[in-house]
Design a protein. Structure first.
Length: 317
């Protein structure tokens, strides 16, 4: 039995190493020389991460590497991690927040907008924006007669975002806050905050992994930093949204002090050590729409390298 366990463990590690190496078989690799690719490899990064985070040989030690993340993943799992992995359970746990109350199909009102999400969806995949009408349902702006199978999905009300964020692009443009809990004290801290914005490529969602763009947010002031997005496998930056040309950089997230203090309180109600929170900012406050146990560690480090923060660094060394 012990030999079998050792063999399974070895095969699992081999699969993870293959997963890491497959990251070099991407179109991002075409932008680098063999010497540059070797430099990434020995530091544990794949070309996509190296590009997105604008890593150099001089600052690479500030970032959590792909090898460390994929092959030697830090253990964030705690007794309540399963709640964060399941959107239905998360909404039940957070039932004090009305916007997270799951709806049944028969509770959907005509001409009101709703969001349908897979219970265990990742990276925005499978999200539908639905408006019931007397003639059927508008799903992502297309009229259909019937809804798809919703047996593994949840339905929640659509939340109207505040005016400035709505003006950036015609998607929900959400704030992602990553909190980390110090195991020794039990206190939570904000590691990073990011504004995620939809684009033509990502529409109707704002996820960076689907082609959206992103900008770091100053944790203290709520000021939005430089906009980051990928075009033709190169990192591009600017102060304007690449499609709408709305000026983003320099503006401040509305109600930031309330978001900052409240999200820490909510994070401290969980045992899980690192959580990515998705937030819709409204005219009079904000709404938490998701908590994520496995926050994208590449995106998390945009503007906030893991090892630049002493709390996060201690947790992930």
């Amino acid at each position: 039995m012990k030999k079998l366990i050792r063999k399974i463990t070895m095969l699992y590690k081999i699969r993870l190493i293959v997963s890491f190496l497959s990251g070099f078989n991407s179109k991002y690799s075409n932008n680098y020389s063999y010497l540059e690719l070797w430099s990434m490899f020995i530091r544990g990064f794949i070309p996509e991460t190296w590009t997105i985070l604008n890593i150099t040989k001089d600052n690479s030690n500030q970032y959590l590497s792909d090898f460390r993340r994929i092959v030697l993943p830090p253990n964030f799992e705690r007794s309540d991690s399963h709640i964060l992995d399941n959107k239905s359970k998360f909404n039940e746990f957070m039932s004090c927040y009305p916007q997270l109350k799951n709806k049944a199909v028969e509770e959907m009102e005509t001409n009101k907008k709703y969001v349908i999400k897979p219970i265990k969806g990742l990276k925005g995949k499978g999200i539908l924006f639905v408006t019931p009408t007397t003639h059927g349902y508008y799903i992502n702006n297309r009229l259909v007669k019937t809804l798809p199978d919703l047996s593994n999905s949840i339905i929640v009300p659509f939340i109207q975002q505040e005016h400035f964020l709505e003006s950036i692009y015609k998607t929900p443009n959400t704030v992602r806050v990553v909190t980390v809990k110090d195991p020794s004290s039990g206190l939570c801290h904000m590691h990073s905050a990011l504004l995620r914005m939809g684009t033509k490529a990502s529409y109707p969602i704002d996820n960076y992994s689907q082609g959206g763009c992103i900008a770091p947010i100053n944790k203290e002031t709520g000021e939005i930093g430089v906009v980051n997005y990928v075009k033709d496998y190169f990192l591009c930056t600017g102060v304007h949204h690449p499609d709408s040309r709305v000026k983003v950089t320099g503006n401040k997230i509305k109600n930031w002090s309330d978001i900052n203090s409240e999200i820490i309180k909510v994070a401290e109600s969980f045992d899980t050590t690192l959580i990515g929170w998705d937030i819709i900012v409204t005219e009079d406050g904000f709404k938490i729409i998701e908590g994520n146990n496995k926050a994208d560690m590449t995106v998390t480090q945009i503007g906030a390298p893991i090892y630049s923060n002493p709390i996060t660094s201690k947790l992930l060394r």
